[in-house]
Design a protein around this ligand. Structure first.
Ligand SMILES: C[S@@+](CC[C@H](N)C(=O)[O-])C[C@H]1O[C@@H](n2cnc3c(N)ncnc32)[C@H](O)[C@@H]1O
Length: 304
């Protein structure tokens, strides 16, 4: 509900960003230049937990404040792209002045052509339709890549986290407020996964049938060919966490699975409770035996 309200507000705010005040209108391309207030930049980088191992790309970098702050306060590396030569000059001079020009660079490029494969973090302060246009390219990146957007969402791809900051000096968008959205690129888990577990004195055969729409996963599970109850699936980047309850030997046996998805396998552990006096943690590996399609919503660009 909150998300829907925020989306309507964001849409209204987008209309204001298109018609931003003349004083802040520079920049070139698909959206005018409006800088993200510094307190919002700080919060965006904190939400994404930016650190020295990160490579950040700011799409439409303006005066460069996001990449420069990431380099100076978080030790990250990265670059920004813009089409406005005046802003690019300002950004490179800013990086020089702050002593981070070796780690923060700004280049002239259309953001829709930027190679994003190096990024561990992507930041945007663009219009919703621009975010939507970028969405398929972002969803094809390495699972776990973080995307942080100021004010504007990604359509039907719900944010993993969102925050509203009170920013009294902000006059564009939703005046006095900034919305920050954080997404993690989800691993592709749609399809069928199989594993065997030696548990409760027997070898059990598990089959997981996952449907996926962005980071939302549902589906069914069988244990030794019999359907089990499947609940609470969480997918955060490449990390999966879900619970099943199987009726085994007349008793409900709960399994809490945790693992990381990589190259057609999930590796981690499972905590089994209910078939022995206490819970047991057992190593767990699942192998993908059939691939499914990740659904990507029905909105504008559709992500397809
Ligand atoms: C709203 S400003 C955001 C600036 C900066 N990211 C920030 O948050 O402070 C958007 C920037 O995107 C740039 N821009 C617009 N369309 C672009 C495009 N197609 N390619 C590259 N830059 C673009 C504009 O010149 C402007 O500097």
């Amino acid at each position: 509900m909150n998300l829907m309200m925020n989306r309507w507000k964001a849409l209204a705010a987008a209309l204001t960003l298109v018609a931003a005040p003349v004083a802040s209108q520079e920049g070139q391309g698909d959206v005018v230049y409006v800088p993200t207030p510094q307190i919002v930049v700080d919060e965006m980088l904190n939400m994404a937990k930016v650190g020295p191992k990160d490579f950040l790309i700011d799409l439409g970098s303006g005066d460069g404040r996001i990449v420069i702050t990431a380099a100076k306060k978080h030790g990250a590396r990265g670059f920004g792209v813009d089409l406005d030569r005046y802003l690019l000059k300002l950004a490179n001079a800013g990086a020089q002045k702050e002593g981070v020009s070796d780690r923060a660079k700004f280049v002239e490029e259309n953001l829709f052509n930027t190679d994003l494969t190096q990024a561990t973090v992507i930041t945007t302060y663009l219009l919703p339709e621009m975010n939507l246009k970028l969405r398929p390219k972002i969803l094809a990146l390495k699972p776990g890549t973080r995307v942080v957007a100021h004010d504007y969402h990604m359509g039907e791809w719900s944010a993993d986290q969102e925050r509203v900051l009170i920013v009294p000096e902000k006059t564009v968008g939703d005046p006095g407020k900034s919305y920050i959205y954080l997404w993690l690129v989800p691993a592709r888990v749609a399809g069928v996964w199989e594993s065997r577990l030696a548990a409760g004195g027997e070898a059990r055969q598990y089959a997981f049938y996952f449907d996926q729409e962005f980071q939302e996963v549902s589906g069914k599970v069988t244990v030794n060919g019999r359907q089990a109850k499947f609940s609470r699936f969480r997918l955060a980047g490449d990390a999966v966490n879900f619970v099943i309850t199987a009726n085994l030997g007349g008793k409900p046996v709960s399994h809490r699975f945790n693992g990381r998805v990589k190259d057609g396998t999930i590796e981690g552990n499972v905590t089994v409770t209910g078939d022995a006096p206490g819970p047991r943690v057992i190593p767990w590996t699942a192998t993908q035996s059939a691939h499914g399609e990740m659904k990507m919503g029905n909105d504008a660009a559709g992500g397809r």
